[in-house]
Ligand binder design. Structure first.
Ligand SMILES: O=c1ccn([C@@H]2O[C@H](COP(=O)(O)O)[C@@H](O)[C@H]2O)c(=O)[nH]1
Length: 266
């Protein structure tokens, strides 16, 4: 089953559109063993309420080689739990380097099922990512309009719309309900969600910024299709560190966010 089909299946059968983000901050733990245990515990505790999981590569890379080993463990554990994995790496570069990124993060030993991708080196540089994702039934999420308040300094509405049109074009010929070329649109921009939904009708939208950045489930309905499919709302700190390092609190936060999204959509 492709990534797009697998998350949509979880949405329909488990009634969840929540993407649980894993951003393990080294300074929150006694040592690496503690970070590892808590991260894997949060993953397991929140899995029943999640459509997918999104490890942020920066936090794993910051730990060096042990971080990459842990990332492999996280991906393997997610698979055992039936959770599709989005690696949030925001990769992008000239073609030859983009190919290496695509091999590493979409087909390599610590590959995810999907990868976030930066389009700002030009649309041609997306090709290796699209091809690697297609070859493996995976997906990419292209940055269209990021969640941070200063995104408009560089992205701007015209640029974001142009990227959105390209995302739709890249996915247009793919089979299936949703294409393997999706888009990142911040949950912090609820006023723009209807526009981006209409510009990219068959793209899965990844909506980061739920919780800690101020995004709310109630405002996200325009990103979804009738029936509540087509988008994944993502929260990291609000789940992993819902109340200090309490795993029970992480579980309850995931359950609450899942329920809030369902209340807004069903
Ligand atoms: O536009 C974007 C794209 C990615 N992110 C990443 O998502 C999480 C958000 O963390 P929270 O704790 O839920 O705020 C983090 O890994 C970001 O790098 C984003 O925030 N916005």
């Amino acid at each position: 089953m492709t990534f797009a089909a697998a998350v949509t299946d979880r949405t329909r059968h488990l009634r969840t559109r929540l993407c649980v983000g894993l951003d393990p901050r080294a300074d929150a733990y006694r040592d690496l063993a503690h970070l590892r245990e808590h991260t894997l515990d949060v993953l397991e505790a929140t899995a029943p309420f999640a459509a997918c999981v999104k490890p942020q590569l920066a936090f794993f890379e910051a730990l060096g080689v042990p971080g990459l080993t842990l990332l492999e463990e996280v991906c393997a554990a997610a698979r055992l739990l039936g959770l599709p994995v989005i690696l949030d790496g925001k990769r992008g570069d000239i073609g030859s380097t983009a190919s290496a990124y695509a091999r590493g993060w979409l087909t390599g030993p610590h590959a995810g099922d999907a990868l976030t991708v930066n389009p700002f080196l030009g649309f041609g540089t997306l090709t290796p990512f699209v091809e690697a994702a297609r070859a493996n039934g995976g997906a990419i999420f292209v940055l269209v309009k990021t969640s941070n308040p200063d995104q408009a300094d560089v992205q701007g509405q015209g640029v974001s719309e142009r990227v959105a049109v390209e995302v739709a074009r890249l996915g247009a010929e793919e089979e299936g309900e949703y294409a393997g070329v999706g888009a990142v649109v911040g949950a912090t921009h609820p006023q723009d969600l209807a526009l981006f939904r209409s510009l990219m009708p068959r793209a899965l939208l990844l909506l980061p910024g739920l919780g800690a950045q101020g995004g709310t489930a109630a405002a996200l309905a325009p990103a979804f299709h009738p029936g509540g499919t087509g988008a994944l709302a993502s929260a990291s700190r609000a789940v992993q560190y819902a109340s200090g390092l309490s795993v029970a609190a992480s579980r309850e936060a995931a359950r609450r966010l899942r329920d809030e999204l369902n209340a807004a959509l069903e």
